[in-house]
Design a protein around this ligand. Structure first.
Ligand code: ADP
Ligand code: MG
Length: 332
């Protein structure tokens, strides 16, 4: 993961020294960096390019005055992402530290989540034990509870690439549940489960508020004006927008438990149909040994009718979740 190539220098970002590239996107790069003023220590900086060339001539210098350069993202979208993050304060959500811009870039300075993406841990371990899955998903759910119930925000892009973590020192050598029972090594498995925070995963942090949205809430009476004049389809829409995150939470939980997503097809059209109908299975043999409780919870999240789908309160009260002693304290 370490980047060996030379790191760029961005005018306007002199306060920070870039240390390593952590993420790569179409229009953004994320770097681990050090705040040389000493105030913030190590941070993550999301550098978003403002313009791209249409007539891809391999030019490096992109500028609004150069012909053929077009905006990569609407300014208002970046400002919204920053504005929303600014309001948030939760141990399971990446904190916004600073926001600046230069002629060519936006710089979003974020709390560093040194473990990187949960996605890579799923790839590394193939899939998670039920205990580790619970350890992870409860933290995601706590963040969603805060977003939905307190902050009035829907994330709308919950997926393993946007779930980051702080590592804990304990790193197991083996998958917790070997697929071949003959290879089972009781000692190693025991150690793994003892070290909840196992898999090296400690505190989970939700990142990437690029698609998030402030929702209208009848209780807190945020945005959207006078409640009494709001049309029913708007009220309904806002309610459904929370359930979008719950569906995604179900997809993440499914993926943690077995190592592959609930909906997949090479053809986008077929995939779309499968999702629309909620066509997924607990595929054998991968799901054979997974508890009925875990499956029941997944079923309640991957429910096509948003009115029937579990909301965050239902989720946290489900026996499979409630049976835990709770996540280790999130102090990172
Ligand atoms: P995009 O809109 O391009 O998906 P993200 O905000 O999701 O932008 O960042 C892209 C990637 O950069 C993430 O998937 C992750 O790998 C890495 N990243 C983002 N924020 C952080 C952070 N605070 N700490 C560590 N890595 C991060
Ligand atoms: Mg992302």
């Amino acid at each position: 993961r370490a980047s060996h190539g030379k790191l760029p220098r961005y005018p306007g970002l002199e306060r920070y020294t870039l240390l390593e590239k952590m993420g790569d996107g179409a229009f953004s790069n994320v770097y681990r960096a050090r705040d040389d003023s000493g105030q913030w220590g190590e941070v993550a900086i999301k550098v978003v390019r403002k313009y791209e060339m249409n007539n891809s001539q391999g030019q490096d210098v992109l500028h609004p005055d150069i012909k053929g350069a077009t905006k990569t993202v609407e300014r208002s979208n970046i400002l919204k992402e920053v504005q929303i993050m600014r309001q948030l304060n939760h141990p399971n959500i990446v904190k916004l530290i600073d926001f600046t811009e230069s002629k060519q870039y936006y710089f979003i300075v974020l709390e560093l989540s040194p473990g990187g993406e949960l996605f890579h841990q799923i790839v590394r371990l193939t899939y998670f034990s039920e205990d580790l899955s619970r350890h992870v998903i409860i933290q995601v759910a706590k963040a969603l509870e805060y977003l939905h119930e307190d902050a009035g925000v829907v994330h709308r892009d919950i997926k393993p690439e946007n779930l980051l973590f702080y590592p804990v020192p304990f790193i197991p050598t083996k998958n917790p549940k070997p697929k071949n029972p003959d290879e089972e090594d009781k000692e190693d498995e025991g150690e793994f489960i003892k070290g909840v925070g196992a898999g090296g995963i400690g505190v989970i942090k939700i990142a990437d508020f690029g698609l998030s949205k402030v929702i209208w809430d009848s209780q807190t009476m945020t945005p959207c004006g006078t409640v009494g004049y709001t049309a029913p389809e708007i009220v309904k829409d806002e309610r459904y927008s929370k359930s979008v995150d719950m569906w995604a939470l179900g997809c993440v939980l499914y993926t943690l438990l077995c190592g592959f997503p609930p909906f997949y097809d090479e053809s986008i059209q077929t995939l779309t149909e499968k999702v629309a109908k909620g066509q997924y299975t607990f595929l054998s043999p991968w799901w054979d040994d997974i508890s009925a409780g875990a499956k029941d919870l997944v079923r309640h999240l991957l429910t096509v009718d948003p009115d029937e789908r579990y909301d965050i309160k239902h989720f946290l009260e489900h026996p499979w979740i409630a049976q835990s002693e709770g996540p280790p304290s999130a102090k990172a």
